[in-house]
Design a protein around this ligand. Sequence first.
Ligand code: 6GU
Length: 238
Amino acid sequence: MMRVDAVTLFPAMIDSPLSESIVGRARAEGFLELEFSNPRDFTEDRHRTVDDKPYGGGTGMVMMAEPVYRAVKKVRKKGSFVILLTPKGKRFDQSVALELSKKKHLVFICGHYEGIDERVTPLANMELSIGDYVLTGGEPAAVVVIDAVTRLIPGVLKKSDATVNETFTGGLLEAPHYTRPGVWRGKKVPDALLSGNHKLIAEWRSAQAAELTVKTRPDLSAEPKVKKPASGRKKILS
Ligand code: 6GU
């Protein structure tokens, strides 16, 4: 079981997509407990103000520190792992998903508008981005991260095999999949998959995976199986 709290002004942007399909079932079956904490509920002025103009000028609005701080404090416990979603964060990938899937309690802080007052960033144990493009807020990124993490929680997927052979876990893209009919609009399923020979099928799949990866993601082919230690400064014997 994993507990996740999302600190967001727009909980429905996260709740709704994560109520469907596999994650929806994981929630219904108690593998994932997802709750929301809205900074707007922690304001005290008549207009329940959560944002203000940026100091120094510029476009857009900035989320105020205090309502976010109070919303986080309400849900954070000892042992919580707090993640700030921001395009400035570390790039999210399958290895980060695997790391997060081992935590008992995750708290996601979703910025909206131009971002959150910088002074709340020390609340976070990690800053995460889902890629090099700009979203309207951290909410769609929270959906992506929670989805990728939930399917790694033991018991959520029927065959845990599905999480070891798949794309990225082995550092490669997956071989293509086919299902019935054997011939569809003149297109045949590759012979190897119809052979019933498990060794042949495994060999065909690794060859396909290698070829596909070199062709479309040469950056993944180049990546070492075991991450090299950060280069740059070499350790000096003293
Ligand atoms: Cl985490 N937030 C926003 N606003 N934009 C993003 C992102 C996060 N990751 C990629 N783009």
